[in-house]
Design a protein around this ligand. Structure first.
Ligand code: ADP
Ligand code: K
Ligand code: MG
Length: 468
């Protein structure tokens, strides 16, 4: 099985840091006041870029770089947490009162109150940096199950809130969470990989392309193979068969991105393709995954040398946001959305190279009446009766709750379930759009589905081509 390079955060290290010191300190932490929340929530959100995440340098970081990273992290997080608290409080009271939704609210209050005492001073010593890293580990750990908890809460409260309001809230909340986790995890990862005797130092010898959670030599084809194996196993367990996949295009292509994000998106897209293929009895037709890099954009591409350059339109689309492929919403709150043009994604001279990955299945496509709903959180056509009438399989009834019980991973759809929560497409798109990419679905009803996943990588940062 292909090995996916892991980001340099090791769960056990986070756990070890989380306790017991942070736990003890909680007793001394003042609870955050409503004034704190409204003051912080009125601050503008810092729109996070991939360049922000790599600007502190490659690990191992010097003490000064580590302190800069800690202070940068600290300057950003309190306002982000306060925005989330406000947005939770704006939900209908009966929804916020649901125990699962209210658990998420109290997690945010806990994290903000742990962080606030830090926000008053600059972090100046390594000892402070170590203690701040413990706070970051606690933050990441506290919010690990947010998606399943919220999904459970909204499932229970669905009588009291319209699906479109749930989708709007979750879209905003989960996008914001992607950024907040990235900032915290990036500092954790930089911290761990800068420790002289860290286990991770050995790991990073094998994976020299990592800068924190970003792999500057990420090979989408390897992620695809790895995810296809995992999804194939789930598929075989459930249906007794697994479709084959063919990877073509440029499987050797590498770029800089966040591997756990790509892994989440590809897993969800492959689950959908595998499920459709098997349920329509088309498993003899391979699922085709095409890796199509976007050429690096240079001035000639914009018509200077060869106005008839066939790739001109595609490149312009890539640069400005192709409405079909990506809506290019960059930041994480509807109120604070800025269009992600090349200039505000990264302050770079050259545009960032990227890739489009097309996943093509012969699984029958999506019916016109369902097509309008596929991006709604919790919209699913999955039910076991239908699945087992097509194939001999488990006949246990499958509800959203069953899928919730099986949830894990960075994004959180059922790890052992091919479908059922209805979060795969919308959350996958949130991950893709975070750095200016997107997902577009083309269904040929009665035939199959093409899904185009477009992603941008990091180009040049401070003159350094980090994709090398
Ligand atoms: P889930 O997979 O949990 O149902 P998703 O958001 O991943 O949730 O997908 C929503 C729905 O979109 C699916 O239930 C299915 O009806 C439809 N769908 C998505 N991808 C495909 C595909 N490749 N072929 C057919 N239908 C699809
Ligand atoms: K859905
Ligand atoms: Mg799915």
């Amino acid at each position: 099985m292909a090995q996916v390079q892991r980001p340099l955060i090791i769960q056990s290290q986070i756990m070890r840091l989380c306790c017991p010191r942070v736990q003890n300190r909680k007793l001394h932490t003042e609870t955050v006041t409503d004034n704190d929340i409204s003051r912080l929530a009125s601050l503008p959100l810092h729109p996070l870029t991939l360049a922000d995440l790599v600007k502190h340098g490659r690990p191992p970081l010097t003490t000064r770089q580590l302190l800069t990273s800690a202070n940068f992290t600290l300057s950003i997080l309190p306002a982000r947490l306060a925005h989330r608290i406000q947005s939770l409080r704006n939900l209908p009271f009966i929804v916020v009162s649901n125990p699962h939704v209210s658990k998420i609210h109290s997690n945010y209050i806990h994290s903000l109150s742990t962080l606030l005492p830090w926000a008053e001073h600059e972090i100046k010593t390594l000892d402070e940096e170590v203690r701040f890293t413990e706070v970051m580990a606690d933050l990441v750990q506290t919010h690990a199950n947010t998606i399943s908890t919220l999904a459970r809460g909204f499932l229970e409260a669905r009588k009291y809130i319209q699906p479109k309001h749930v989708t709007r809230f979750l879209d905003e909340h989960l996008r914001a969470r992607i950024g907040t986790r990235l900032i915290a995890e990036q500092h954790l990862s930089l911290h761990f990989s800068s420790q002289p005797h860290s286990d991770i130092m050995h790991e990073s010898d094998d994976a020299p392309g990592f800068i924190g959670v970003i792999d500057t030599k990420l090979k989408p084809a390897i992620i695809v193979e790895h995810c296809a194996n995992t999804v194939g196993e789930i598929c075989e367990l459930k249906y007794g068969v697994r479709p084959t996949i063919v990877v073509n295009g440029e499987p050797g292509y590498t770029f800089a991105h966040v591997p756990v994000h790509l892994e989440y998106i590809i897993t969800e897209l492959l689950k959908n393709a595998f499920r459709a293929t098997v349920e329509s009895g088309m498993q003899r037709e391979p699922i085709e995954v095409t890796i199509a890099p976007l050429p690096e954009l240079t001035p000639e591409h914009f018509g200077g040398n060869n106005p008839d350059n066939p790739s001109k339109e595609r490149l312009e689309n890539a640069d400005q946001g192709n409405a079909d492929v990506a809506s290019h919403t960059f930041t994480d709150s509807h109120g604070d959305t800025s269009p992600a043009t090349a200039s505000n994604i990264l302050p770079l001279k050259h545009s960032t190279p990227g890739v489009t990955i097309r996943i093509r299945d012969r699984g029958g496509g999506i019916s016109p009446e369902n097509l309008g709903h596929i991006w709604d959180y919790s919209f699913t056509t999955f039910n076991d009766d239908q699945a087992s009438s097509t194939l001999s399989g488990s006949n246990s009834s499958h509800t959203g709750m069953d899928a919730l019980n099986a949830m894990s991973g960075p994004g959180g759809d059922g790890a052992h379930s091919l479908a059922g929560l209805g979060y795969g497409l919308p959350l996958g798109r949130a991950y893709a759009e975070y750095f200016g990419g997107g997902i577009a679905v083309q269904s040929l009803w009665g035939w199959g589905t093409d899904v185009y996943l477009s992603l941008r990588g990091v180009g040049r940062v401070d003159g350094e081509q980090i994709s090398q």
